[in-house]
Design a protein around this ligand. Structure first.
Ligand code: SF4
Length: 510
């Protein structure tokens, strides 16, 4: 039996033994022969607020054109959509020259629904959304409340589907089920697979899956030079174009999937010759499924951020298509041009120290790029840890001038501030909503991801260097912030070991 045959995707704590609480070092995690599968995840005796898996799930679902997102939840769930809508509008505009808001609704479950059940309300909402917006699809996304009171969105979807024109996609995002929000990628992929791909391929006359549904579907036309380029919203259009440029250099056609992909055309993903991950943290669940069910092989090893990593990523693709020489020629040409262009920035970076914070693979690949630019990495916070990142830790351990801390933390700014006070970096790279602590300490910050900026491939390496050079030249904004703001932590905490609360199971260990 495959995961896709289950009603919902398993949480990553179970499927990958992923963890969210570990205080270690780069040599600890990347040392030779070290197994970095940290199964003894006792979590923290103290924890600060974090996000739930709705945020990444909605970041994907809201980009789908002709799709309505219907939250089955309390009214506050999914309000992150308000901040994500700029990306939906911008992304649509740069792809199709059309500015369009995402469409999201909520059943706004109240106290009466919690007692009486919300199934009838959901049924009415689906019918109303179908009538009012006439979308190709409606994603029915469940938050915590239906999971607690026992509303069964799958049964409601099954009952209502014959009454509406839109294809209904149940997406399980009950926030209490997992603390690893990367489970959201699996939840969305799970729904796309079960509802859009399996039903569409059946309609097109493809054969049924074999025993346990695992045999590849037969009868679908294979597209021998088309590759799936996976993007779960961690690349903007500018980065998609950079990778498309490199892949078309190998004579390949590129199907970017799933963000901003029309649900009707998603079946193309099942016909591709190869799926290429841009981040193993995001894609393993779906790429395994595409291979099992449709016979589409995949590459899931490198993230094309940084000079070395982009070369490794492209080499793997070239090798798959027997185009090694072509690949080497592209890499030679691109690297020569890039190194010449970076020369003017290197004096500004050499020997400067940097702390990096992001989802695991992005943090590690970006740290490697910063080393390539001349920085010295002095600390990393990864939002969770799983075995896919072992190779990246090994690379960083091999290139580290001296050991430095690695904080596996689903944000936890109290640990971050403690570490920053100790390692005193010259620069901090983190997500837009995660840069505040460093900024208030007076450390120049730069956003590690923004859909309007380039980060990926050779162009991303150059553009990041150019932006950091500008930042390095004028750090006065952060200096002034630090002069006028204070953080809420006590001196006692700054004197305490940064990982004091990890694995304490409710109490502090000295
Ligand atoms: S944790 Fe639960 S209640 Fe809170 S936003 Fe997420 S789904 Fe809604």
């Amino acid at each position: 039996m495959s995961y896709i045959d289950l009603k919902s995707a398993p949480k990553r704590e179970d499927r990958l033994k992923a963890c969210i609480a570990h205080g270690g070092s780069v040599c600890d995690l990347g040392g030779k022969g070290k197994k970095s599968c940290l199964v003894d995840d006792g979590e923290r005796g103290f924890t600060q607020g974090s996000i739930c898996l709705l945020l990444p799930a909605l970041a994907m679902l809201n980009t789908l054109p002709d799709n309505v997102v219907l939250m089955h939840s309390a009214i506050g769930c999914g309000t992150c959509t308000h901040s994500q809508n700029a990306n939906v509008r911008f992304g649509g505009n740069v792809r199709w020259g059309k500015v369009k808001d995402g469409t999201w609704l909520s059943t706004a479950l109240n106290e009466t629904d919690v007692i009486s059940g919300g199934d009838a309300k959901l049924e009415q909402a689906i019918i109303e959304a179908d009538k009012r917006y006439q979308p190709f699809s409606i994603s029915v996304v469940s938050g915590c409340v239906p999971g607690i009171i026992g509303d069964d969105i799958d049964t409601v979807v099954k009952q209502v589907q014959p009454l509406v024109n839109a294809k209904l996609l149940p997406v399980h995002c009950e926030g209490f089920k997992t603390k690893i929000w990367a489970t959201a990628y699996d939840a969305v992929y799970h729904s796309i697979g079960r509802t859009l791909l399996e039903s569409t391929t059946s309609e097109k006359g493809a054969g049924e899956g074999g025993d346990a549904g695992l045999a590849p579907y037969q009868g679908l036309e294979r597209l021998p030079r088309t590759v799936n380029l996976m993007n779960v919203s961690s690349m903007g259009r500018i980065d998609e174009l950079e990778l498309t440029r490199l892949l078309t250099g190998l004579g390949l056609a590129v199907n970017v999937f799933p963000v901003f992909a029309h649900p009707e055309g998603m079946v193309t993903a099942t016909q591709a010759a190869l799926s290429i991950s841009t981040c193993p943290t995001h894609d393993d669940y779906f790429l395994t499924y595409l291979e099992e069910r449709f016979g589409v092989p995949y590459l899931l090893k490198h993230m094309p951020i940084g000079i070395e990593n982009t070369g490794l990523w492209l080499r793997d693709v070239a090798r798959h298509f027997g185009a090694e020489e072509q690949g080497e020629e592209i890499i030679r040409r691109e690297e020569a041009e890039l190194h010449a262009a970076l020369a003017e920035f290197r004096p500004l970076f050499t020997g400067k120290t940097v702390f990096v914070s992001a989802g695991e693979f992005r943090a590690l690949a970006t740290a490697r790029l910063l080393e390539e630019l001349g920085f010295r990495v002095v600390g990393i916070r990864s939002f969770h840890h799983d075995a896919f990142a072992e190779g990246e830790y090994e690379k960083l351990a091999a290139s580290a001038v001296e050991d430095y801390p690695i904080d596996i933390a689903n944000v936890q700014p109290f640990e971050e501030v403690n570490l920053l006070k100790r390692v005193k970096p010259d620069l901090f790279l983190g997500h837009a909503n995660g840069n505040a602590t460093a900024a208030k300490l007076g450390i120049p910050t730069h956003v590690i991801y923004n859909t309007g900026l380039a980060y990926i491939g050779y162009r991303g390496a150059y553009d990041l260097a150019r932006r950091l050079a500008r930042q390095r030249k004028n750090p006065s904004y952060n200096r002034r912030l630090a002069e006028n703001l204070r953080l809420p932590y006590t001196d006692d905490w700054y004197q305490s070991p940064p990982f004091s609360y990890i694995n304490t199971r409710g109490g502090v260990t000295a």
